[in-house]
Design a protein around this ligand. Sequence first.
Ligand code: 6AU
Length: 258
Amino acid sequence: RAPFVSFQERAKLATNPTANKLFQLMASKKTNLAVAVDLTVKQEILDLAEKIGSEICVLKTHVDIVQDYDQQFIKDLQAIAAKHNFLIFEDRKFADIGNTVKYQFENGVYEISKWADMVTIHGVAGPAIIDGFRESIKTTGAGLLLLAQMSSKGSMCVGEYTNQMVEMGKSNQDAVMGFICQERLSAMSDNFVLMTPGVQFNSAGDSMGQQYNTPEYVIKEKNTDVIIVGRGIYKSSNPKEEAIKYRTASWSAYESKQ
Ligand code: 6AU
């Protein structure tokens, strides 16, 4: 396995401003837990953010599933993020040509570029997709997360495609903050944040192709940096307590690599 480099050290190596910020935040707050809040009513998202905010480094949204979305929702979420010190990740999974994703990022109802600290992008359209984000993120310092691998059964983000995504990240280190992946590959250098979804303690998967691993497995065995937990936390009857369990497990797994 690659030699251990702490989050503090990785902050210094980071080439994207949000990667730097996230490494520092994780090191000081001592949490590498990101939570996917896939709820569809804004007040429910805000209530959960308030409850678990102290435990997390990142809150992940799918803003297009919020039925009563408005700009106040973003202001309220940003206030909670500032209070509890976490970053906001809009999991939009952009995939079109540069010119189109630029509109999707900056315009429409959501104006994602105005508030998201980081967003996900697919590489199917080729590396020029990144040019659609470059102008906007030059001013905000936001980070792009490249989908190098997916957690779902039969994912086609494998093999040579995955290698090409890593290369796309390395050729665009100013804009790309890291990867969504299931394992650390040797080509993934320490300036990148590696975030892994498909994490749950008590389930192997769902009926729609999702596959789960434990925090220990992904952080220690697969050597990634951040776990992304959705239903394992937001569906729980006590999300705060559950968030603490995931936080403790993923942070001990990180520390055990030293
Ligand atoms: O823990 P879950 O299964 O309730 O939620 C997992 C979350 C969802 C997915 O949209 C997302 O993680 N996700 C992603 C991301 C983060 O981009 C990639 C992937 O391969 N698998 C996955 O589940 O919000």
